[in-house]
Write a protein that binds this ligand. Structure first.
Ligand code: SF4
Length: 212
């Protein structure tokens, strides 16, 4: 067997194991065994409109159980749980309340995260109330504003020299954009270069003003 075939076979085996265990998970075993539960599957590209933006926050599956809908996000590759992860998951409830045929009251929902980690599916319960849901939307709108600001800066200076950089080197270690980022040879060095570039731009600007 060639290496590529071996890799493919190993990946297939891993995925079929994940699916087998998923069928046995507490959250989903009743769905798979067809024991009369109501459930709906969603594609993540299904969007709703929220405060003027398109919100892509569909759960992977919603299951009706004990008078509530449980919104479940399934993660086959679980990354580290970040402080913002709870907030992001709460957006699922916003998404559901905007769906035709689903309840509009947030207390009609539960939110669960089901993540594959060290050979088992781990379930996480996401607590939420009205205030936490509002915070989730505020965070989303704030991120969106930052992205627009970053896009504007990138368009104004395509050299990427004025783009905001990460707060710590830790973020850069796993960043997929590192090779094309000014921080590819070190974050502190990139920040220093940015400061010098900014000083140079400011002095050019003041020279122009004094010429007039
Ligand atoms: S490598 Fe660049 S884009 Fe990636 S986290 Fe660091 S500063 Fe941000």
């Amino acid at each position: 067997m060639e290496i590529s075939e071996l890799r493919k076979a190993t990946a297939n085996h891993r995925v079929s194991e994940q699916l087998r265990f998923l069928e046995q998970s507490t959250l989903l075993r009743n769905v798979f065994s067809e024991q009369g539960k109501r459930w709906v599957y969603f594609r993540r590209l299904e969007k709703v409109s929220l405060k003027g933006i398109d919100l892509f926050a569909a759960p992977d599956i919603a299951v009706f159980h004990q008078n509530k809908w449980t919104l479940i996000r399934i993660r086959f590759r679980s990354g580290k749980w970040l402080p913002t992860s709870d907030l992001e998951h709460r957006l699922m409830a916003h998404w559901a309340t905007k769906q035709t045929g689903f309840p509009s009251a947030t207390q009609e929902y539960r939110i669960r995260d089901l993540a594959w980690s060290n050979g088992v599916w781990r379930e996480r319960r996401i607590e939420f109330n009205e205030q936490q849901m509002n915070e989730a939307v505020d965070l989303l709108l704030h991120d969106l504003q930052e992205m627009r600001w970053t896009q504007r800066m990138a368009l104004a200076d395509p050299s990427l020299n004025t783009l905001p950089l990460a707060a710590s080197e830790k973020s850069c270690r796993t960043c997929f954009h590192r090779e094309s980022c000014p921080a590819k040879n070190g974050l502190q060095k990139a920040k220093q270069n940015q400061r010098e570039y900014q000083i140079m731009l400011n002095s050019k600007q003041s020279n122009k003003v004094s010429e007039y």
